[in-house]
Design a protein around this ligand. Structure first.
Ligand code: CDV
Length: 309
């Protein structure tokens, strides 16, 4: 048996501070056209796809960053993208900064089905970085200043013939992210990322090591939960700050099934057989038979390390 979901990982090259939502959406539409030409069922764009990666910019008054946020979704700037996705009968996922009617700020991604309806929302849980300006760092990463931790958990949706979940960027480094979705039977995890190619606190950790940790995290999450993982970069030089590429699709064995070279706008299309998740889920990672939850208490009972005395 095979259940093919053809997915397009739609990498965005850099977005400069001066670029408007409308300019970015025009680029996203071009990628959607390319995905359609390759018969994609679902297109996945990166984290914070509509703007530059603004958490690198410090504002003493955090409200000054509000212009990077979307107060409604869809809104007039992104409506053409929704219209085209519905016309193409293509599912879609992208990330954006969400400002709720109650004034909360989240780093969010949405899942849109083939009818153009938003059927899923995820709010980033593992926020990296810091709250205050840090002069010790080579660059700022102020996600903890501008966003609240997500409050929706890690849901999985039954749609497009499969079980699909989402996470965002730094979430991919945490095994709990995948396992919570794995326990809901997830067959495909969609994730967008903006990863600076140098560690702001360790100059020696550059592009090569960052790509290694990226692949390691995706492979482990995919294999240990027998799921496809679709990882989509925003890449290249944004106003002098470099983001790595590394857009790729990882199969349920943890192998890289397809990878996109370069740091420009581009689509990576791959037919993903959702039934390829069955073997792992029914054998070595048959959770019901093999998990030993009586020994996992510390994972939810404590945050930091408690060393033995
Ligand atoms: N946008 C991110 O979450 N970036 C982090 C960086 C700061 C390490 C990441 O995990 O790629």
């Amino acid at each position: 048996m095979s259940r093919i979901l053809t997915v397009a990982a739609a990498q965005l090259g850099p977005i400069q501070k001066s670029e408007t939502r409308e300019q970015v959406v025009a680029r996203m539409i071009k990628l959607m056209d390319q995905a359609k030409a390759q018969q994609a069922d679902l297109i996945v764009y990166p984290e914070l796809a509509l703007t530059t990666f603004f958490p690198r910019w410090y504002h003493e008054d955090r409200a000054e960053a509000d212009h990077w946020f979307e107060a409604s979704m869809p809104n007039p700037a992104v409506q053409p993208l929704f219209d085209l996705a519905r016309h193409y009968k293509m599912g879609m996922s992208f990330g954006y900064a969400e400002l709720t009617p109650e004034g909360q700020h989240f780093n969010t991604s949405i899942l849109v089905d083939k009818s153009g309806a938003i059927i899923g929302k995820y709010r980033k849980i593992h926020l990296p970085g810091h709250v205050e300006f840090d002069p010790e760092r080579t660059h700022q990463h102020l996600e903890k200043r501008y966003f609240e931790p997500g409050d929706l958990g890690f849901p999985v949706w039954r749609t497009m013939g499969g079980l699909i979940g989402m996470c965002i960027c730094n979430d991919r480094r945490w095994p709990e992210t995948y396992r919570v979705m794995g326990l809901q039977g997830v067959e495909m995890v969609l994730l967008g990322f903006n990863t600076p190619s140098v560690n702001s606190q360790r100059a020696g950790e550059g592009l090569e090591q960052r790509l290694f940790h990226h692949k390691l995290s995706l492979a482990a999450g995919a294999y240990q939960n027998a799921t496809w993982v679709v990882a989509v970069a925003k890449a290249g030089d944004e106003d002098g700050h470099h983001l790595m590429g590394g857009t790729m699709i990882v199969d349920p064995n943890g192998e890289i099934a397809a990878v996109l070279d370069g740091e420009a706008d581009g689509v990576l299309v791959h037919p993903c057989d959702l039934d390829a998740t069955r073997f792992g889920k029914e054998t070595i990672f048959d959770f019901k038979r093999h998990r030993r939850i009586e020994h996992y208490g510390p994972i939810t009972a404590q945050v930091g390390v408690i060393e033995p005395s």
